[in-house]
Design a protein around this ligand. Structure first.
Ligand code: VLP
Length: 137
């Protein structure tokens, strides 16, 4: 049995997001706004099929994938790039490699002590986020 990521999760911490956004060439005013957000992750998982929604008052982002199947990702509303993305299980972690213009780009999700963890990386920058499950949502 792999980890169950289903649910609605609210951000409780966000370390080094600004530098991660700078690594993605997000402009200064957008970074200042985005850095104040407390996004929500809404995850719908059926086996190895996922829909991950990142919701905020400023912008929303949705990605859909099946573990082990490379897909074309358009990061529309974020840095607006195209990537060839592949998500795999590495023990109980969901690991995504986003192949494209930016080196060393990807993310890792896992559940630890009931919290949803996310590490986002691009070039030499790593952003660490933690989300707490919204009960009954
Ligand atoms: C761009 C960088 C902020 C910031 C400008 C707009 C959407 C794993 C994965 C699933 C992500 C989120 C990446 C966020 C990069 C922001 C708007 C912020 C709210 O999540 O959960 O896509 O890649």
């Amino acid at each position: 049995m792999s980890t169950d990521f289903n649910g609605t999760w609210n951000m409780v911490s966000n370390d080094n997001f600004e530098a991660y956004m700078a690594a993605l060439d997000i402009d200064f005013p957008t970074r200042k706004i985005a850095n104040l957000l407390k996004p929500q992750k809404v995850i719908e998982q059926k086996g190895d099929s996922f829909i991950v929604k990142t919701l905020s008052t400023f912008r929303n982002y949705r990605v859909q994938f099946t573990v082990g199947e490379e897909f074309e990702e358009d990061t529309k509303g974020l840095d607006n790039r195209k990537c060839k993305s592949l998500v795999t299980w590495v023990s109980n972690k969901l690991v995504c490699v986003q192949k494209g213009e930016k080196e060393n780009r990807g993310w890792t999700h896992w559940v630890e002590d009931g919290d949803l963890h996310l590490e986002l990386h691009c070039s030499d920058q790593v952003c660490k986020q933690v989300y707490r499950k919204v009960p009954g949502a």
